[in-house]
Design a protein around this ligand. Structure first.
Ligand code: GLU
Length: 444
């Protein structure tokens, strides 16, 4: 495989799509060696086929706001690769969403879903709609308008969307309600549903829980224990919430969380009712974290900065892509960080990853560490197909097993000279299953 040539082609064919190029570059550079040793992939032009999404839908979403004014947004669904199962992946509502964002996410999702061991292909969708500051009725009208178009392209055995940034249980409810009405069916076409209407227990917590289970495996692998470790999380959405709960339960101390206004450092630890209070801020104040320091005297608010300048043992970016750059990585290393685990998708820049790997810091990519979310989505699909619901113990046991299997796959393909390159391990392991399936399925 000529990585340089393929990347030049990808760049030429996808102008102005730096995120997609970043995601593809990371994968190609880390699977190059494996592909060179296995000529069947080149013979079948697997890489060239894999970097091209199966199809992309783009559509106009029009809706009426509370003032009676018509609003126009753009909606998308990228069906990236269905070699191993129906397209599966979230929907993101965020003003920065473009086709570039969703192509990078759909590409990542293909590898992530392959790692889960479940039969799920990769897809992603979304809109440039900004839910912040919108009333519940506006959000409902938007979700319904979005689904009147999206429903044509999805189905429980073809493409199963879920949540992502800006899309939680409420939005899934509004979209599922409209899908059900349009399609005249009640099936597992979306995951992340409410418990009363087909959702799986533990789905809201799954991404954060899975991330912490993964961290636990990484620490054990280097002879360390999560108990007593200090943790910095970024963001405070659904992902950071689950991570904070599980990290605390396993004996770690979460000292940082962040919002668009800055970050909180609380040496006493952010646990219990403080996590509930963060949720309250999330619901009522658009994620700003400053009020946390007014309420809790042990907490300091650092305006306009990122939590990566704090001295912690473990850093877990949980917010958005490229939220941790090379400068941040250098600060973490200087402060003695022991492990960095992306829980957001592509949370670290390529330069940040290189800094961490150069310093031999244990680093996990989001596509491995945050796969618990989509894995429990896969379990939700299974429960829906069987028309039953599992207990929290059953779902948690399966989630734990899946995270353990993903960790083992990363180690299998990423360990060399006493250091585990989790990026390489995740990319090679994710690649093999999809690539071999594509070969077995023929050129079609
Ligand atoms: N948006 C989540 C992710 O990035 C979950 C996707 C899903 O549950 O389908 O993996």
């Amino acid at each position: 495989m000529d990585v340089k040539k393929i990347l030049a082609d990808v760049e030429a064919k996808n102008p102005g799509q730096p995120l997609f190029l970043q995601a593809v570059t990371e994968v190609l550079e880390t699977i190059e060696e494996y592909v060179a040793k296995n000529p069947k992939y080149d013979d079948n032009k697997i890489i060239e086929r894999m970097v091209e999404p199966d199809r992309i839908f783009q559509f106009r979403v029009e809706w009426v706001d509370d003032k009676g004014e018509i609003q126009v947004n753009r909606g998308y669904r990228v069906q990236f690769n269905n070699a191993i199962g129906p397209y599966k992946g979230g929907i993101r509502f965020h003003p920065a969403v473009t086709v570039d964002t969703l192509k990078f996410l759909g590409f990542e999702q293909t590898f992530k879903n392959s790692l889960t061991t479940l039969p799920m292909g990769g897809g992603k969708g979304g809109s440039d709609f900004n839910p912040q500051g919108k009333s519940a009725n506006e959000v409902m009208r938007f979700c319904q308008a979005f689904m009147t178009e999206l429903f044509k392209y999805i189905g429980p055995d073809t493409d199963v969307p879920a949540g992502d940034i800006g899309v939680g249980g409420r939005e899934i409810g509004f979209m599922y309600g409209m899908y059900k009405k349009l399609a005249c069916e009640n099936t597992g076409v979306l995951t992340g549903k409410g418990r009363n209407w087909g959702g799986s227990i533990l789905r809201p917590e799954a991404t954060g829980f899975g991330g912490v289970y993964f961290v636990d495996h990484m620490l054990k692998k280097i002879g360390k224990d999560i108990k007593g470790k200090t943790v910095a999380l970024s963001g405070f959405g659904n992902v950071a919430w689950g991570a904070a709960l599980k990290a605390t339960e396993l004996g770690a101390k979460v000292v940082c969380i962040s919002g668009p206004d800055g970050y909180i450092y609380d040496e006493a630890g952010i646990a219990g009712e403080k996590i509930d209070y963060m949720n309250e801020l999330l619901q009522t104040r658009n994620n700003v974290v400053a009020p946390f320091a007014t309420k809790y005297p042990t907490a300091k608010f650092i305006a306009g900065q990122k939590p990566w300048e704090a001295k912690v043992d473990i850093a877990m970016p949980c917010a958005i892509q490229n939220e941790l750059n090379a400068e941040d990585a250098k600060k973490l290393i200087a402060n003695g960080v022991q492990l960095v685990c992306e829980v957001s998708n592509m949370g670290c820049t390529a330069d940040a990853i290189h800094e961490l790997q150069k310093a031999k810091i244990s680093f996990a990519p989001g596509k491995a560490a945050n796969a618990g979310g989509v894995a429990v989505s896969g379990l939700e699909m299974t429960q829906n197909a069987a028309h039953l619901g599992w207990t929290p113990e059953e779902v948690d046991a399966k989630l734990k097993q899946i995270m353990s299997d993903i960790h083992a796959s990363c180690v299998k393909y990423g360990e060399a000279n006493g250091y585990i390159n989790y990026v390489k391990g995740a990319n090679v392991a994710g690649f093999i299953k999809v690539a071999d399936s594509m070969i077995e399925l023929g050129v079609c």
